[in-house]
Design a protein around this ligand. Structure first.
Ligand code: PLP
Length: 479
């Protein structure tokens, strides 16, 4: 897909003169041309950074050079190749602490496969019991929602804080009221995303202190927040922070982390042991001693010792660009997109776009969920639109993004509507559930999403708007 050569220069000029914040990020244009040249060479409009970040070509070259020059064995022995691997693993741990400004006295970095594995570590080890509470917002990712199964299995009470229909935010008074009543004498856990991966809503980080004051432990899911926002753990002190590194800088995949406060980690009780997590285990006496509290007790088996240096390289790359610069850039671009979404209308004056969640950039990130509407207000089939966008080189995402809470509120799907998907004993698929709800209620349970990241530029968002404009005065049935 090529950009409209007549309108684009004028639109770019207008945007640049209106946005000094974006102009100040021009270094990213040079970086994109040099280090992400494959994007423009192949005509990609990449709008799925909340799905995955993109790697710079230089990250790959640095990682490959390191592996090509070195000889690395399994860590945690005293031979030279093992020591070299251990050094790389520990360098990655130090780089994570430094990036998030976390003190090594206060935080541990536990390497995991991804954010979901980090969350599972907390869920399975948290000391839920009858009398505990697990409090969580509606807009959590399913990998947080899944913790409720551990909580319920051990008799804890699970409470959801709903999001409101207009902006998909949680009422702060409701949060305060729930936080005011932890169950005394038990462990109480509060979980929320720093940024919803559905709506882009950013919840107050001040909730962390409020929760602590009332005796709660806090999971701050930073998987969707960390790629374009500064998370400063010298200022805010969540107990558990799950992350996936591919979302921050694209490569490597398969490595995430749980940043955990040492004090909170000490309270966890792991349900099993594995190679590397214990000092000794006996097969005769069936005894085992866990390693001193800390990261090794939570890293099962051999760490991804060849992948972890790529985390250090990725963090250095993101630091060199500047997370604040990335933040300013995506904020400016997403702000422009939201304004355009508001202005796009059909010939009869009906809106072409319905955005779910905040309509401006106040307390939100650069992830935008929406439906495209026809002149009669009917919703275009999201899956068909994903394919049509794809034909024009645009990568956007459709579905529920593993965030069913935001989805049901955005689309006003009731518990009764959803019940249709749970009648059968067998596992009903996502597609079947979608069809059941659409047939029974006429509601569209799925959503379209665009999300911006490290090297997003004005051409990306302009070309997306051009794509939407193709559907002016087109009926949803026609496509
Ligand atoms: C907010 C949030 N939490 C958790 C996850 C899970 O991440 P992963 O699939 O890398 O484990 C995601 C992934 O999209 C996310 O957006």
């Amino acid at each position: 897909m090529t950009t409209d050569t007549t309108r684009y220069p004028a639109a770019l000029d207008a945007f640049l003169s209106a946005s000094s914040a974006y102009r100040a990020t021009a270094a990213i244009d040079a970086l994109r041309a040099q280090d992400y040249s494959r994007l423009d060479r192949a005509g990609h409009v990449y709008l799925d950074y909340t799905g995955s970040g993109l790697y710079a070509e230089s990250q790959l070259r640095r990682h490959q050079a390191l592996l090509t020059d070195g000889v690395f064995g399994n860590p945690h022995s005293k031979n030279p190749t093992s020591l070299a691997s251990t050094a790389m693993v520990e360098a990655a741990r130090a780089a994570v602490l430094e990036f998030f400004r976390a003190s090594a006295d206060e935080y541990e970095v536990i390497f995991t496969a991804n954010a979901s594995a980090a969350l599972k570590l907390v869920g399975e080890s948290y000391t839920f019991a009858a009398g505990s509470r697990f409090l969580l917002t509606y807009d959590n990712h399913n990998s947080v929602n899944g913790i409720r199964e551990f909580a319920r299995a051990r008799g804890a009470t699970v409470t959801y804080l709903p999001v409101g229909a207009s902006a998909l935010r949680v009422d702060p008074e409701m949060v305060r009221a729930e936080l005011a009543s932890p169950l005394s004498g038990a462990s109480n856990l509060f979980a929320y995303p720093a940024q919803s991966n559905f709506s882009g809503v950013q919840h107050p980080l001040a909730w962390i202190d409020e929760a602590h004051e009332r005796g709660w432990d806090v999971i701050l899911d930073a998987a969707a927040f960390a790629p374009t926002n500064r998370l400063d753990l010298s200022v805010v002190k969540p107990d558990f922070v799950p992350l996936s590194f591919y979302k921050m800088f694209g490569y490597p995949t398969g490595v995430g982390a749980l940043l955990a406060r040492r004090s909170a980690l000490a309270k966890l009780a792991r349900p099993w042991f594995a190679g590397g997590t214990i000092t000794i285990a006996s097969v005769q006496g069936e005894g085992w001693h866990r390693l001193a509290p800390g990261a090794p007790g939570f890293e099962d088996g051999t760490a991804d010792f060849l992948g972890l240096p790529a985390v250090t390289i990725g963090l250095e790359h993101l630091s060199a660009v500047g997370i604040d610069v990335v933040h300013e850039r995506v904020t400016a671009l997403a702000g422009w997109l939201l304004e355009r979404a508001r202005d796009l209308t059909h010939g009869n004056g009906a809106p072409m776009v319905r955005v779910f969640g905040p309509q401006d950039m106040t307390a939100r990130g650069a992830t935008i969920a929406f439906h495209l509407l026809d002149p009669a207000g009917e919703t275009f089939d999201v899956h068909r639109m994903e394919l049509l966008a794809g034909e024009r080189g645009i990568s956007l995402r459709t579905g529920c993004f593993c965030n069913p809470g935001d989805g049901v509120v955005a689309h006003r799907i009731t518990a009764d509507d959803m019940a249709a998907c749970f009648v059968e004993q067998r596992a009903v698929t996502f597609e079947e559930c979608d069809a059941l709800i659409r047939t029974a209620t006429g509601k569209m349970p799925n959503t379209m999403r665009v999300s911006l990241g490290l090297v997003s530029d004005f051409a990306d968002v302009f070309r997306f708007v051009e794509f939407v404009e193709r559907y002016r005065d087109v009926s949803a049935r026609e496509i």
